[in-house]
Design a protein around this ligand. Structure first.
Ligand code: BGC
Length: 378
């Protein structure tokens, strides 16, 4: 009898603990103070966990993913994104580790464009051009943050209101990005934006992946596949020349899975200009729907990442500007090409290429976009 009463009490207490925690989803997000900016503003880190044991840590400075774990073929979860050791690193750094980049990700020639007959001059921060939103892009802003209830996993939403004229961009732009760590090991990013005046917009996510989990090792052995028959060749300032070039017969051909390092040092002008891969690929089947666009496999651990997006392009950047001077997490000096980025986006300099898909957002319209990074092992 005593035993039965004990079991009933145990069942009741388990149930109430579950009910009090609001069910599984709620228990899987934690919010903690990550650090303080010089003016005293507290920055928070959200730890998202899923049923399988994956974990993403995201801060509301730059809506930045500071760590993300994925399983190897033995089920071992390791961090697979480069990052700085603390908030100060993100404040001082210029690598865009893990950040949301905006208002316009990638480059705009001479920081100039014309919209509805008016020419705008943006702030210049990359040679003669504007890169990733100008001197103080969205990666260096404090975003509002809130936990979101989702049956798909644990989710957090970040919102940034970019004032009219910030970095030279017209219109007050409100951008939100919701990150969901899904129970099937997908990290899903949903972007939503509105504006009060016509403006241009091209947000992207800038994680540097190293699926080996060993950030002392370059990513040259990772096997990459990109669903693109063409890319946008660039000039010396990495501004597209305005034409699409076939990847066929060149080191830009990733239609079949190929090691990133297999041809990176080939005597091919585009690779010389960029010091490796730093190019936008024209993704197949652009029709506004989410489709699989790229795939990466790391042979020693078996980690596998698939990228899905509704965007027309993807910037494949092979971490060419990492050079051992960036001291990241655990005090590791990140060597040349310690990480790669696959940034889903519109083609660079689109505001100056009228034939390319438009990046204009007008009042009354809502910009929606989805990108998914899906992790597994084989
Ligand atoms: C660009 C690189 C740039 C890097 C900055 C990438 O998105 O394509 O050219 O150096 O961001 O970290």
């Amino acid at each position: 009898m005593k035993k039965i009463i004990f079991l009933i009490l145990l069942a009741l207490s388990c149930f109430s603990a579950y009910a009090l925690s609001g069910g599984k989803e709620k228990a899987m997000i934690e919010k903690n103070v990550y650090g303080k900016l010089q003016d005293g503003t507290e920055i928070y880190v959200y730890t998202l966990k899923n049923d399988k044991g994956a974990e993403a840590k995201i801060i509301n400075y730059g809506a930045t993913v500071v760590s993300l774990t994925a399983p190897d073929r033995n089920g071992k979860y390791s961090d697979i994104v480069l990052g700085w050791e603390n908030l100060q690193g993100y404040v001082n750094g210029s690598t865009y580790f893990g950040a949301i980049v905006g208002r316009y990700g990638n480059r705009i020639a001479k920081g100039k464009f014309t919209l509805d007959g008016k020419t705008y001059q943006l702030s210049i921060n990359d040679g003669q051009n504007t890169l990733h939103g100008g001197k103080i892009g969205f990666d260096k802003r404090v975003w509002k943050s809130e936990e979101v209830k989702s049956k798909l996993g644990s989710a957090v939403k970040f919102t940034y209101v970019s004032p009219d004229g910030e970095e030279g961009f017209p219109g007050t732009l409100t951008l939100s990005v919701t990150y969901t760590l899904m129970n099937n090991n997908e990290l899903k990013l949903e972007y939503k934006a509105t504006t009060d005046k016509p403006t241009i917009l091209n947000p992207t996510h800038h994680s540097y992946f190293n699926l080996s989990g060993d950030f002392k090792k370059p990513i040259l052995d990772h096997i990459l596949q990109i669903n693109a028959d063409e890319f946008t060749p660039v000039d010396k300032g990495l501004i597209p020349t305005g034409v699409f070039e076939k990847v066929e017969g060149t080191p830009m051909d990733f239609r079949k899975p190929t090691a990133i390092g297999a041809r990176i040092n080939d005597n091919f002008e585009q690779l010389k200009i960029a010091g490796g891969y730093d190019h936008n690929f024209v993704l197949r089947n652009y029709n506004g729907k989410v489709r699989e666009v790229a795939d990466v496999y790391e042979p020693t651990t078996g980690r596998h990442m698939e990228v899905f997006t509704d965007q027309p392009g993807i910037q494949f950047y092979s971490g060419n500007f990492l050079n051992g001077t960036q001291i990241g997490k655990d005090g590791i000096a990140y060597p040349h090409r310690a990480g790669f980025c696959l940034e889903t986006q519109h083609y660079p300099d689109s505001p100056n290429e009228p034939k390319w898909p438009s990046v204009v957002l007008k009042p009354g319209q809502t910009f929606h976009s989805t990108t998914i990074y899906k992790f597994s092992a084989k």
